[in-house]
Design a protein around this ligand. Sequence first.
Ligand code: 5GP
Ligand code: MN
Ligand code: MN
Length: 411
Amino acid sequence: MFVMYNADTMKVPVRVWLKEEKDLEKGCMEQAYHLSRLPFLHKWVSLMPDTHTGMGMPIGGVIAAKGVVIPNAVGVDIGCGMAYTETNIRVENIKNVMTENGSLIQAIVGDIMRNIPVGFAHHKTEMPCYTLDVAFEEMDRYEEDAELLGQLEAGYFQIGTLGGGNHFIELQEDDNGYLAVMLHSGSRHFGKSVCDYFHAKARELNQRWYSQVPDEYRLAFLPVDTKEGAHYLNWMQLSMDFAKENREKMMLAVKAILEKWIGKYTDLTLEFSGDINCHHNYAALENHYGENVWVHRKGAVRARNGELAVIPGAMGSYSYVVMGKGNPESFCSSSHGAGRQYSRKGAMAAFTCEEVMLDLQKQGVILGKKGKADVAEESRFAYKNIEDVMDNQTDLVVPVKRLKTIGVIKG
Ligand code: 5GP
Ligand code: MN
Ligand code: MN
């Protein structure tokens, strides 16, 4: 960890969980500097070891704000996060089982792809959604933001869908040989609409108030004691609940598929345990160093003392389940992944589709993905080495489990 501070140009220091300044991307450094000039931050800005440039605020960034929320410091995919479950099945007992549709793992990956819409796809009919049902019962919290109301209807088609880019469902093997499932997704188009709408609203209001935060920082804020701030919090919480239910629904579908195939082709009795479902893009009111503050985690997980969280690495590499150490200096947070090393474009230029497919094949990874043209954007070479990232946060979390990809469905 190192600290950046210049009393003449910054209001608060920036703490970075990397070894030295040269490890920090230039764009990320500039965004950190913008954050450090905000007039309402508590203590400092914390950047996790997976940090990289984001929209306005770096991914892997954590800030504690006094009395305000910043839509772009929560992020576009509000409530994005990870779901996880582990099983009592040893991978070696299912790996070589064959079905009429190839290996058992291939059949399971194929069945997941047929049953869970991926990419831009959503359901053709409305699906049950507890979160949205509740929202319709509490319309007074939402009805003033008329532009967003259509999203409530659309959400019934989006619940239980994966989304594109780096959202994924992975079958994994832990270091003891047991099968586990990890799933990455968020609030789909719903949360993005909420972010865009309230960021625009915040810009408009900040201009009217002659805010000291320059518009080009893209960090427009809403005081929580304004109507708009309160409404953002309502919609943000709804998006978080929607995202969590979205992951729950998909995890249930994956569990049913595993039961079906393992039940049909083996005489093993499948049991699940150790479920986790955690957000990595959100804001929450928490107490740090004696003050109640809005902690924004944008690509970071909460890691209170003893709290479990999920840190994915990349497809074909390792991912972790971790236990928090409750380090107050990171506002009890840790990295949410390995973080990008190459931009999407940069990765496409640096690695060919063939190279990536060959690497996955060598690692014995079964890939379920509709179009393969953009596979390099998501290869393990596009991300930082997860082992380096874990090395940089030994004061934030302890590894509980290390898991390797055996099959992956990508958006
Ligand atoms: P983000 O939430 O910022 O979009 O991404 C979270 C993290 O997920 C990335 O930083 C990366 O480390 C990890 N990740 C992306 N794609 C995959 C994948 O296919 N499998 C695994 N295990 N991790 C991934
Ligand atoms: Mn997301
Ligand atoms: Mn995410």
